[in-house]
Design a protein around this ligand. Structure first.
Ligand SMILES: Cc1ncc(COP(=O)(O)O)c(C=O)c1O
Length: 292
């Protein structure tokens, strides 16, 4: 029977963990911090469990230099659950921003409207904007972004999903590389003469296909406009988080199915999209992340 020392393991994920880390984890399963009980036997509502989460957050915040207006959430449903949660949450943000704008503009331009009339005019305008302008941009560079874009199409309809790039078209049917940014067909922002997308989604490292973005894409850099003019960037970093420095401030959401490499799944989300408080934001994500 081979021992750990006999094995050289190159799996992309679950990844190889140092033996000392596993020894300390197995000790914690038997007797966590000399409490006489194992980690999985302590209540998940106990101060001890809360402390573990707080320490993990603090460590991640330090290691990734996470800005103060971001939160780190630990959730069920893994990476595939996030394919849906991202759509549910960020389409909600897009609609809410449009609703606020419509309400302000209609109220300012039409005097003497009752609350009910205002509501119905806002609803009418919102429905039109959703039908004509709601777009989600996906950079499909491997099997995981393909799955994520298919999930978005299933949830809100293929007409709202813009596959801005499909790497297979540039690589004889295989994913292989990230195509040149010049070939991407992103939904134009306000500054570029369009109405912008709800978000741009990409996978920083396509685990199965071995396609990694060398750096943050130039064309997704901030355009210095108002919230409508900016691109909200979502990145799946399931298989390369903590492998290099990331400027978290450039992203709206980074999510990780960390089961294979780091720990149970984590989520980093900017709080301010819809002017939500941290608590509201946490509640929102937690309650939309369990959809199939
Ligand atoms: C890059 C990437 N995204 C998403 C997933 C899906 O995560 P899960 O298996 O937790 O649904 C994986 C799984 O390996 C992955 O490697």
């Amino acid at each position: 029977m081979p021992t750990r020392e006999d094995i050289t393991y190159f799996g992309a994920g679950p990844a190889f963990l140092p033996t000392t880390v596993l020894q300390s984890a197995s000790q914690a399963l038997l007797n966590y911090n000399d409490t006489g009980l194992g980690l999985t036997e302590h209540s998940h509502r106990s101060p001890l469990a809360n402390q573990i989460l707080a320490d993990t957050k603090a460590n991640l915040k330090g290691l990734l230099d996470v800005p103060d207006d971001y939160d780190i959430l630990f959730m069920q449903a893994g990476g595939s659950g996030e394919f849906s949660a991202v759509v549910y949450n960020l389409v909600g943000v897009w609609v809410e921003r449009r609703r606020r704008k419509a309400e302000k503009e209609i109220a300012a331009s039409t005097e003497g409207l009752s609350q009910e009339e205002l509501y119905s005019k806002v609803l009418e305008r919102l429905k039109k904007e959703v039908a004509e302008e709601l777009k989600l941009d996906y950079l499909v560079t491997g099997s995981w972004t393909l799955k994520a874009s298919q999930e978005a199409a299933r949830l809100i309809g293929p007409d709202h999903v813009n596959v801005a790039v499909d790497a297979r078209k540039e690589n004889d049917g295989k994913f292989l590389t990230v195509p040149d940014e010049k070939t991407w067909r992103l939904t134009p922002t306000k500054k570029e003469g369009g109405t912008g997308s709800a978000f741009v989604y990409y996978c920083d490292n396509e685990t199965v296909d071995g396609v990694e973005f060398p750096a943050f894409p130039n064309c997704l850099e901030s355009q210095g406009g108002d919230e409508e003019g900016e691109r909200l960037v979502v990145a799946d970093m399931s298989s390369n988080i903590l492998s290099r420095r990331v400027d978290v401030g450039k992203f709206g959401v980074i999510f990780v199915s960390a089961l294979r490499t780091v720990c149970p799944s984590t989520e980093t989300a900017a709080d301010e999209f819809a002017g939500w408080s941290t608590e509201e934001c946490r509640y929102h994500w937690a309650n939309t992340s369990h959809h199939p």
